[in-house]
Write a protein that binds this ligand. Structure first.
Ligand SMILES: CC(C)(COP(=O)(O)OP(=O)(O)OC[C@H]1O[C@@H](n2cnc3c(N)ncnc32)[C@H](O)[C@@H]1OP(=O)(O)O)[C@@H](O)C(=O)NCCC(=O)NCCS
Length: 152
């Protein structure tokens, strides 16, 4: 049987289960609802494998820590469900994210990238901001600021 994979814009609540399980160790105590989720300019993507949400990615217009002059969006809550990681699905969603932002005239996308995921972003030509290594206040895990210019 052939699997179908589709990238769609969704309501933020549709992504909370994946956020919690993959990014917050399934901890029922922590909140995975972000205060900016429901802002009109926030964008939420789901990757659906046979209609099951297996990838999440959310975007918020936020000043770039690399270059504040640019029209920039911050990417957050990127996660692929455990059983389908490493199959290229996260990459498909990341490509869709970049295309959507480009179509909106956004000049730069940036994120606080988990150090364990930096190779994933490097493979998609994202760059690391030198000297930006830090521990996330939320998860206490090592992160680095990463970014990509979307000007073509
Ligand atoms: C990082 C993550 C989003 C990547 O999504 P994915 O669907 O597994 O990624 P893809 O299959 O499209 O791409 C995998 C590529 O990234 C690389 N990679 C780097 N870090 C990786 C990681 N932690 N897991 C899987 N692949 C990783 C692989 O080498 C692979 O490259 P290749 O295809 O040339 O071998 C996903 O693995 C995940 O959810 N990890 C846990 C949560 C996390 O770290 N999220 C990111 C927060 S910034």
């Amino acid at each position: 049987m052939t699997n179908t994979f589709e990238v769609r814009r969704v309501a933020p609540e549709a992504l909370y289960d994946l956020r919690r399980r993959v990014l917050r160790a399934d901890n029922p105590e922590v909140s995975v609802a972000y205060v900016r989720d429901t802002e009109e300019t926030s964008i939420h993507f789901a990757g659906l494998l046979d209609e099951r949400i297996v990838v999440s990615a959310s975007l918020y217009p936020t000043e770039s820590p690399i270059n504040p002059v640019l029209n920039a969006y911050q990417l957050r809550y990127v996660a692929t469900d455990f059983d389908v990681q490493g199959k290229g699905l996260g990459g498909i969603v990341l490509d869709a994210v970049e295309e959507e932002l480009k179509s909106l005239g956004v000049e730069q996308v940036w994120a606080n990238g988990r150090d364990t995921a930096l190779d994933f972003y490097r493979a998609h030509n994202w760059q690391l901001l030198e000297g930006s290594e830090h521990l996330s206040p939320e998860t206490k895990l090592p992160h680095t600021i990463i970014y990509k210019l979307l000007l073509s």
